[in-house]
Design a protein around this ligand. Sequence first.
Ligand SMILES: C[S@@+](CC[C@H](N)C(=O)[O-])C[C@H]1O[C@@H](n2cnc3c(N)ncnc32)[C@H](O)[C@@H]1O
Length: 222
Amino acid sequence: MTPEIAETIPSWNYHAYWDELRRMEVELPQHSKEFQPLMQFVEKLQLRNLVEVGTREGGSLFMLSRILPPGSTIISVDLPGMAWGRKDSGARKQRIAERLRADGFTVHLVERDSSLPETATEVARLLDGAPIEALFLDGDHAFDGVLADFRNYQPLMKEQAPIIFHDIAKAAKLPKVEVHYLWRLLKTFMPWREFVAAPENGQGIGIVLNTDLPQGFDLKAR
Ligand SMILES: C[S@@+](CC[C@H](N)C(=O)[O-])C[C@H]1O[C@@H](n2cnc3c(N)ncnc32)[C@H](O)[C@@H]1O
């Protein structure tokens, strides 16, 4: 799968960005050994837009913004207090959005249920006809939830654009995390890459490059 991720050290300092988040008291529930390679991968694509489903306080949104070209459009779809969420995350998320706007990005926070078709319609409207160039799915982690998100936004995506999943690892101690079922199915027909630092602890990041589903392929067949 291309583009290749350089095994070299990136020009930016992951931990300096992470420190910045800590100073803003924003949590980053990501493993650095998984998220840094993801950032290296995404940086090379020079994206004009990114859609994140599941933002909570804005930790991953901030980190991904650091490697996007200036002026890109960033859309977050997140409803505080839904699965894996917190009711009080909205204020921190707003602060991150303000920071990103000050950095020159166009930022939209869509506070709606990501699984609803009308939410995808709103995302398409905000993109004004442009296809999604990268999608990060980190909202609902139940099989039906992540499948609903995939089905809702994949039709809006550019061909070969990365669809990034968090929590692809199957961990016995996290039975409610069911992303691995969908991940395993998508890998059978899409080019893929994964970064899994400690599978026994869950997490893990997987990237597939958007490809049409084979005729008759059943994504419910877990
Ligand atoms: C795991 S957290 C996201 C963490 C974030 N990506 C980060 O790394 O900083 C999941 C978020 O998705 C939201 N969420 C879950 N299901 C959702 C749904 N159906 N619609 C909108 N938001 C949802 C939760 O409220 C929570 O804020």
